[in-house]
Ligand binder design. Sequence first.
Ligand code: CP
Ligand code: NVA
Length: 303
Amino acid sequence: MSTKHFLTLLDLSRDDINRIIQRAIKLKAMRNQGEIYEPMKNKVLGMIFEKSSTRTRVSFEAGMAQFGGSAIFLSPRDTQLGRGEPIEDSAKVISSMVDIIMIRTFEHDKLVRFAEHSKVPVINALTDDFHPCQLLADMQAYVEHRGSIQGRKVVWIGDGNNMCASYINAARQLDFQLVAACPEGFDPDAELCKQNADRVTVVRDPAEAVKDADLVVTDVWASMGQEEEQQERMKQFAGFQVSPALMDLAKDDALFMHCLPAHRGEEVSKDMLDDPRSVVFDEAENRLHAQKALMEYLLLGHQ
Ligand code: CP
Ligand code: NVA
């Protein structure tokens, strides 16, 4: 059997995603009840981080420890990857010593090449193009608060970035409509939009976009690696801030999500994260449960 990887949401079927979400909800309940569950004793997770992280690192490392296994944090500052050792050689070597690997990097192609040469499952922990682990956590949070997302209207506000691209994949995989309100020049990838034309619409007016929305989502205006564009982007994205007033134009029971970290006063108003419609800290916590369910699936199959 070939090794299963999780590079984008398209690597899982709709049924797989729904089962992983249900399993994540179960693992969350088990943890809340103090149940010890250690299906990964002696298993090792390799964690390659070429970009910063709080949630992703803590959730993967804690999740593996809770499962009875251990994790190794690998930064390019300390490994030969950072000194130019080819990605293919690194993949062969690291995957000969650990059981599962997660990678946060820049070019998506680097992740794909690593996975091609890895003997063990590889998980995308964020690339410039996609952030599928966050979507598992977000979809879990939606299901917990509102039930199935199938047939719902989800509105993305702001940059057509890696998170937006993963929302497009989620729309396809979980059968919902996505409206992306982006300033001109910051649309999601054109090819991805074309492939999902039946599910994705790109518009310019956030107020118009959020009408009838069940879920409103945003993210920072300048992603990791775009720090030099921050000032220019602040100008381009003016008018794309999510606030309680904007949320008032959505459905009465609409939820608000943000993968975090957030910049209050930029993509979100100062009070947005504390609004009762915001579930951002549930989303963040769910990174732990959803990724435990994902690792379990990749290593042990559906439970
Ligand atoms: N949302 C997310 O991936 O957060 P970190 O960058 O802190 O891992
Ligand atoms: N779009 C953001 C997400 C951070 C979790 C970035 O890539 O920096």
